[in-house]
Design a protein around this ligand. Structure first.
Ligand SMILES: Nc1ncnc2c1ncn2[C@@H]1O[C@H](COP(=O)(O)OP(=O)(O)OP(=O)(O)O)[C@@H](O)[C@H]1O
Ligand SMILES: [Mg+2]
Length: 368
């Protein structure tokens, strides 16, 4: 680890939001009061649909947007009224925002120059960061002479050269093609392991969320739906919203009714045993459904509509009790002429949600 790695690692800070609110007026409350704690050195991914407040949240932490109410603590220091440059946060944007007329070196050194860092130290710090990001050979080039991935690395370098306590990323990879996104994701993950700065990363991409995050924060209309590890979010979604947001294809949700001993689909077929009465939403992931061609146990009958062959596996879509259900299966070729499918929904893989609120109900099935 070189000097700059050590400096940044030492500076990682925890972040606490206490009742942080953003409202443009009484009708436009973008973030209702939010309380959340991010640990020092943690990599948090913020995931949510367009307009749910992800950028607003990041910009309030960075100081580019004022909070309407509440406190933001970074490393135990109250920062919500401080200027952006005094908060110890650095932000990387989707469009890189590099200065086109400056070289890579000048782009990375600029903020240090503004901060009054001496020339020799500026050169040393930029050289260290450039080495870390494999940019040493490009320092004299202008951004126009770089690939998308190299430009993105310059933008990251420019942010970390200031040795921030906190790194904020707003969809930094969304302008890149699929291969480059993948490569940058791996690099970012590696970079975080080395420097350990507390990082918040906004994305629409659930693969980025699952692979980069220590914890994923899922936002819905400015509210936290769930904040947990990728594993917990995938295996124990706290609501239908979360269940449908993670997974490709997403979790199937089927309306069911309980009579005290079994749960039935809308057409009366029995899907599971459970001592529940009333209406619920039953969830099952496409990859957890077991496909057969003969009825056995509690298998339910569905009618195959189409299948997509993705090479590594197939995704089937079938009509089941008035809903479309998606099934991911490593096979499928032998089912192509088979319009009638029998689907087993293993009890250990079922999720149950409240019919009204969509919140998860735990421990509903004996097998779990
Ligand atoms: N000046 C403003 N006045 C009123 N509403 C605003 C203003 N600026 C942003 N908003 C609203 O705040 C909400 C959150 O915006 P934000 O940019 O944080 O969303 P986002 O989650 O980052 O979305 P995206 O994924 O599209 O980038 C949006 O509904 C937006 O319309
Ligand atoms: Mg945004």
């Amino acid at each position: 680890m070189n000097a700059i790695d050590t400096a940044i690692r030492a500076a990682a800070a925890d972040i606490k939001l206490i009742g942080v609110t953003k409202a443009y007026d009484a009708q436009t409350v973008v973030i209702p009061p939010m309380d959340v704690e991010l640990r020092a050195g943690e990599f948090t991914v913020v995931l949510g649909p367009s307009g749910c407040g992800k950028s607003t949240l990041l910009q309030m932490i960075a100081g580019l947007e004022r909070v309407s109410d509440g406190k933001i603590m970074v490393g135990g220091r109250e920062v919500q009224d401080l200027e952006p440059k005094r908060r110890g946060c650095a932000m990387v944007f989707q469009n890189y925002a590099l200065y086109p007329h400056m070289t890579v070196f000048e782009n990375m050194a600029y903020s240090l120059k503004v901060a009054g860092v001496r020339k020799a130290e500026r050169a040393a710090r930029v050289a260290a960061v450039a080495r870390m990001l494999a940019l040493s050979d490009y320092l004299t080039r202008k951004p126009g002479q770089l690939s998308g991935g190299q430009r993105q690395r310059v933008a990251i370098g420019r942010a970390i050269v200031r040795e921030p306590n906190v790194l904020l990323f707003d969809e930094p990879l969304s302008n890149l093609d699929a291969q480059l996104r993948h490569d940058m994701r791996v690099e970012l993950s590696e970079l975080h392991r080395r420097i350990g700065a507390t990082s918040i990363f906004v994305t629409h991409d659930q693969v980025e969320a699952m692979t980069l995050a220590d914890r994923i924060l899922i936002l819905n209309k400015g509210r936290i739906e769930q904040f947990d590890t990728p594993k917990a979010i995938y295996h124990h979604p706290a609501s239908v919203f979360v269940a449908k947001f993670i997974g490709a294809p997403p979790m199937n949700i089927l309306p069911v009714t309980g009579d005290g001993s079994v749960l039935r689909l809308a057409d009366g077929q029995i899907v599971a045993e459970a001592r529940l009465t009333g209406s619920y939403q039953l969830g099952i992931r496409p990859e957890d459904i077991v496909v057969g061609i003969k009825a056995d146990g509690h298998a339910v009958r569905a009618v195959l509509r189409f299948r997509e062959d993705l090479g590594s596996h197939s995704v089937l879509a079938a009509d089941l009790a008035g809903s479309v259900i998606r099934i991911a299966t490593p096979f499928g070729a032998d089912l192509i002429n088979q319009s009638e499918l029998f689907l087993n929904l293993p009890a250990a893989r079922l999720h149950l949600f409240d019919a009204e609120t969509g919140r998860a109900i735990c421990g509903a099935f004996a097998a779990q």
